[in-house]
Ligand binder design. Structure first.
Ligand SMILES: C[S@@+](CC[C@H](N)C(=O)[O-])C[C@H]1O[C@@H](n2cnc3c(N)ncnc32)[C@H](O)[C@@H]1O
Length: 376
């Protein structure tokens, strides 16, 4: 799969540096990203910042554990004896942080070829130090690389959890509630083997666009069914991670991560925090030879010149202008653009990158709707 970079006039970093088109040919094994240059210096700068955030994960996470070692060290001996295994639990966390870090480095390995017509260069550290696990309290914290903010590290943590949602057995429940209704509706309304219908004249080439495609599972499933499907995604974190899972993971469940290892609150047991997730649950290289699957990189509104938004990605973001409207208002806008609402179900309860073992869960009451725009 290749990512094809498209023009972008936005002056905001996250968007400015991510209007790319990520193109996956029918032979999805050669997926690279094709780049239509805009401002290469800015692109490279943003790309480097995201790479730096991936590479900072280990130090960032160890800074957190260092503080726990330090605070525990401040307790009286009597109090420490109440929690005799606390430090060994932290040591196990450190080991898993190292394993996550190695996966993140591996994900970066193929990224110099992320864009089909542009090579990105960056240096990867060769080895991971594994000493000083238990004597961290004396060491200084490692500062983030220039430009890497705590928000960027949140994105790295989210990326790890996103693998669980899209590409693990554990994520199946979320996929069944979020992706399956969409797939069912598409199959019912746009069957591939039927005659042309009111929605599509050429059933052999039904094109589906998945905006905000994340790590690409929904798009991949639709391509697997025989639809020509393009996922679109603006986040470089997601693009780098989806490139890895779609292009470089050819063995089922060969990659192990510890997605919840930096969740310190609402854990029932230490084991819950330490548990592994393996991905991908399917062979992502197993699409049929004639599959038509592509990913476009960039802001949906710019790449396709479409109105929006549907998700308030830029709410409260520094330097971004964003208004946020209710579903009812959004619905009225959709109708004003000439769409007819054919199906509407509410509420559809679902989680999003949910830690099934956590004692705290967020759930969404989603609206599932089908909108149709007559051509004339
Ligand atoms: C809540 S996540 C959902 C991801 C995926 N659809 C899933 O269900 O797991 C929303 C995704 O949309 C992407 N996104 C937000 N605004 C976008 C835009 N204007 N253009 C393209 N992608 C966008 C974000 O980067 C993020 O990956």
């Amino acid at each position: 799969m290749s990512i094809d970079k498209r023009n972008n006039e936005d002056d905001i970093e996250d968007r400015q540096n991510m209007v790319e088109k990520h193109h996956c040919n029918s032979s999805h094994n050669s997926n690279a990203i094709d780049s239509y240059d805009v401002d290469d210096a800015d692109e490279q700068k943003h790309f480097q910042k995201v790479v730096n955030a991936f590479l900072y994960y280990r130090s960032y996470a160890r800074n957190r554990i260092r503080r726990s070692f330090h605070y525990y060290g401040q307790l009286s001996d009597a109090h420490k004896q109440l929690l005799p295994k606390f430090e060994s639990h932290l040591a196990l966390i450190l080991k898993r942080i190292d394993k996550n870090y190695n996966v993140l480095k591996n994900i970066l390995q193929g990224c110099d070829h992320l864009f089909e017509n542009q090579n990105r260069s960056f240096d990867l550290p060769s080895s991971t130090a594994s000493n000083d696990e238990l004597n961290m309290s004396d060491q200084d914290e490692v500062n983030p690389p220039a430009g890497v903010l705590s928000m960027d590290m949140d994105k790295i943590k989210t990326t790890l959890k996103q693998f669980v949602r899209d590409w693990t057995e554990e994520g199946k429940e979320e996929r069944n509630s979020c992706y399956q209704p969409i797939i069912d509706e598409i199959v019912a309304r746009l069957p591939l083997q039927k005659e042309p219908n009111e929605f599509c004249n050429d059933v052999s080439y039904i094109q589906i666009l998945v905006p905000g495609a994340g790590l690409g599972r929904l798009s991949w499933e639709l391509a697997r069914l025989g639809y020509a499907c393009q996922g679109n995604e603006v986040s470089m974190y997601m693009l780098i991670a989806s490139h890895y899972v779609l292009n470089r993971c050819q063995q089922v469940n060969a990659t192990t991560i510890y997605p919840w290892v930096l969740q310190f609150c609402n854990n029932y047991s230490n084991e819950d925090q330490l548990r592994a997730a393996r991905f991908p649950d399917v062979d992502t290289s197993s699409l049929p030879q004639n599959a038509r699957f592509s990913m476009s990189a960039g802001d949906f509104l710019h790449v396709y010149n479409e109105p929006g938004p549907l998700l308030y990605h830029f709410e409260d973001m520094v330097g971004e202008m964003s208004i946020e409207i209710s579903y009812v208002d959004l619905r009225s806008v959709i109708l004003k653009y000439g769409f007819q609402i054919l199906t509407e179900n509410y509420p559809i309860r679902t989680g999003y990158i949910k830690n099934a073992r956590s004692m705290l869960h967020y759930e969404y009451d989603c609206v599932f709707f089908v909108a149709y725009k007559p051509t004339n």
